[in-house]
Ligand binder design. Sequence first.
Ligand code: C2E
Ligand code: CA
Ligand code: CA
Length: 716
Amino acid sequence: MLKRNLAHRIVIFSLLGMILFSLAVVFSVDYVRRGMNAQAAEDTLRIASDRMSTLHDQVRLMARDYNNWGDVYTAAKDTNIGFIADNYGITAINGDIFDGVVMFDGFFRTPIAWTKGQAREPSPSFLSQQTLSYIRQNIEHLDVSKRQTFDFVQNDEGQLSFLSASYLLPDTKEALGRAEFDPRTIAVISRKLRDAEMASIRSDLSLSRLKMSVQPDSQLQNLPLNGVDGQPEIFISWTPPKPGDRMIAKIAPIGAVISLTILALTALGTYLLTVNAKDLMARGQDAMRAARSDLLTGLPNRLALIEHIGRISRKPNSRFALILFDINGFKSVNDVIGHQGGDAVIQILAQRLRAIFNESIVICRVGGDEFVSVVHYDDDLRQRVLEVACQIKTALFEQVDFAGNRFHLTASFGFAIRTSSGETCEELLFQADHAMYDAKSSKADQPREYSNEMHLKWKMERRIELALREAITRREEFHIRYQPIIDAKSLRLVRVEALARWTSATMGDISPDIFIAVAERTALMDQLGLLIFEKVCEEVSGFSSLNVSINVSPNQLLSGEFASRIRDLARRFQVSPQRIQLELTEGIAIQNTDAVKSRLTEIGLIGFTTALDDFGSGFSSIGYLRQMPFDCLKIDKSLMSSDSGINGIDEVVKPIIALGHSLGKLVTAEGVETHEDMARLQEAGVDMMQGYFFGMPQTLRDLMTLYPLEVSLKAA
Ligand code: C2E
Ligand code: CA
Ligand code: CA
């Protein structure tokens, strides 16, 4: 949308630009053209007018000359027509200088005239009575002393004549004075405009059309020439020269080429700009999208989550919940197949999660193995959350095969429902995180809903974590207690299990179930594990024939230098590896992996023995047991209780013992609390037993008092 808008705007702006540019060019060229035309019109009018004046001037000069001729004046006074005809009329008859003359009033009772090609005898006036009377009126105002003339033109059916009238006067000043008292004779000289003169004007002004008419022609340029009555008698008209138009005609092709080139370049520029703009916008949108999606999985990321929640929060009465889930023990996956492998597994999981997406379910990746689903639902939201969590579980729990390893992953789920108090995204995330954390720490496989108690619990665990961190550096708050493990047949002490104890300076005694779990979750376990291992080696080094079992977290086993570290510690305290058995619980995330197998083999080669701890709780699989080179199998104490009416030992423990034996493993039963338990287990053929019945976890010194003579070299 945005993309199209910008491109549209560019196109519109450049179109507007092109139109404005074209208009500006057209208007300026037209302005110049009009200017040139107007200037040319003005010039031709002036020149034509000058030419007409020049022609008329010749007639006026003739009139001033002939009408102020003393001899002619005298001849007129004497009515000597012959003299006038020979000296004045003859010039008109010849027609070289002028071609007509009329004399009237004064010394003549009737007007007389001579015209070109006529006889010497004067003829009647070729000017009408009306013309003569106009002449009389106009001439009256002339200054006689200045010998002024009255000039006008006359049109005789298209033939233009220039006329000049004045009184016939004597030539000297004194005679002029005397003539004041003589009757006034008027003489009019007329000269026709000749075709040649017309042609010369036309060619000099390079006019295409030149004509005369009584009415001005609006299409043409008109020069009025005044008649005897002072009104325009005739118009000389011509097509005004159009140099501007000619210029346009000349430059038009070049101009058109230049304009088209400019327009084409602008159009090309616009096109490129549009393409660029589209590209830029597309890239901008890609960047926006990239900023909101997780690089590894392409799922929406935390930013997208915050924006999505912002959007749905704004809708009135919008109901939604946040489910936060985290893969359990994902660190082991990375340890086994490396980070790239871990990434690939996350991608496989994301691919499956994607299938759950719909309008009301959005799933985002917010951390390494941490995801958040926003569930938007109007009805029973809590029920909907459980359904969605179930869908997610189904997707995640399906086994993942990668590079020869098979992973059975689980996840812990916590959720928070947005209440009417309108929690922010951060608050909801915080709540869902606590709920998830709670589910994880209590190994719950059902989603946990956030409650205030969880927050308190979380705070408590934070305190524990901080205290644990410090305690690990100080070391002295940790102690080891030892619990006897007894041979089932001889009831002699075979070995002891070392169990860690922590008495925090600030919080007092904290159960290993709690602090071991905190250490595992906060990556403190490697350090703590080695610390315990060291303490145990130190303590048992004084009892040369005492065998000891030490608990090891699955993560510890997979961390790179574990085997060499414990080998070095055992060597340092001169405790033979053969005396130490490592108890391992099944990694929640890992089964059947080559990595676990090879680590166990590595440990075995050093001389340590191994036991699979807590068998029968949680995820234990017989396939796993079959493949892994454990020396011993420890049956979980939970199977010992005879809750729910069934006899745990006979119905569950006995077959496990048989299975262990069939796989060539020694079998230890944990949680032996009563004599009856002992008897049944002996009957079931167990190899070793451990439990309160034989002794509580205690100091080595106390244990030696309890089993003073039993410390023997009996191998496990
Ligand atoms: P675990 O390895 O299964 O240890 C046996 C637990 O069962 C011990 O609890 C022990 O006191 C208890 N127990 C022994 N006999 C009986 C019995 O007859 N009945 C009942 N109900 N319980 C009995 P503890 O010492 O509280 O340790 C709890 C868990 O903490 C251990 O379970 C082990 O998983 C973990 N843990 C303890 N010390 C360490 C350690 O040094 N390293 C690691 N990684 N984990 C440890
Ligand atoms: Ca154990
Ligand atoms: Ca156990």
